[in-house]
Write a protein that binds this ligand. Structure first.
Ligand code: 13P
Length: 250
């Protein structure tokens, strides 16, 4: 079943102490009896266990921002899905454009990571999206299609229907320049169509699609009201509990 889902991506921000302060304030602001929106905070690794503890009993999910696709081994600086699972995390971002751009993430590694996360019962938030040059060249649909087709190789339909896909046009990330609600809707509708082509209508109906890129309290409602947009992946505006709750309660 599709559901509204708003996740914060803290990227490389906050210490454990700062995360605990956020959680203390945010858990008072968030009332799951008032909103049907599911909420997650995707934080740096060191904060995950602390956040899980701080959000206990609130329904607020906690996520990581990356994972390695092997179970263990000589991979200095990496973290395994078992290590993440041990902290109690619920979800994990995969294929964020910053990881694709700066850390060599490819559609192939995204695919391997999706397989591993599903195997370990951690819900992946799979990011796709085009750069400015690609949009200006009219290639955005092709780019996103390839990211989906290659990223989802051999992912079974029962897993795919539980997938969260975040459409994040790179030109709208951290730039203050949001895609217009119509631009975001067009691509999220297209993503649903590609999922239907890869799988079927049932899976396409169930997959949760978020928009990400300069989402803030002032534009959350019009983005969330678009037909194929089920949620948001929020960077900068998720760092402040007052801003983030306004987005969640759009
Ligand atoms: P901003 O909301 O800061 O533009 O970041 C978006 C993003 O990259 C979320 O993953």
């Amino acid at each position: 079943m599709r559901y509204p889902f708003i996740a914060g991506n803290w990227k490389m921000h906050k210490t454990i102490k700062e995360a605990a302060l956020f959680a203390e304030k945010f858990r008072k602001l968030y009332d799951s009896s008032v909103t049907d929106v599911r909420v997650a905070i995707c934080a740096p690794f060191t904060q995950l266990a602390e956040l899980k503890k701080a959000f206990e009993g609130t329904g607020i999910l906690v996520g990581a921002q990356n994972v390695h696709f092997e179970d263990k081994g000589a991979f200095t600086g990496e973290i395994s899905a078992d290590m993440l699972a041990e902290t109690g995390v619920d979800c994990c971002i995969v294929g964020h454009s910053e990881r694709r751009e700066y850390f060599g993430e490819t559609n192939e590694t995204v695919n391997l990571k999706l397989h591993k996360l599903f195997e370990k019962n951690i819900m992946p938030i799979m990011c796709v999206g085009e750069g400015l040059e690609q949009r200006e060249a009219g290639e955005e649909h092709q780019i996103v299609r390839t990211q989906l087709v290659e990223g989802l190789v051999n992912i079974a339909p029962e897993y795919a229907s539980r997938l969260v896909i975040a459409y994040e046009p790179i030109w709208a990330i951290g730039t203050g320049k949001t895609a217009s609600p119509q631009q975001a809707q067009d691509m999220c509708g297209y993503i649903r169509q590609v999922i239907e082509e890869i799988y079927d209508e049932t899976v396409a109906d169930e997959v949760v699609i978020q928009y990400g890129g300069s989402v803030k309290p002032s534009n959350a409602a019009e983005i969330m009201n678009m037909e194929d947009i089920d949620g948001a992946l929020v960077g900068g505006a998720s760092l402040d509990p007052d801003d983030f709750i306004e987005i969640v309660n759009f």
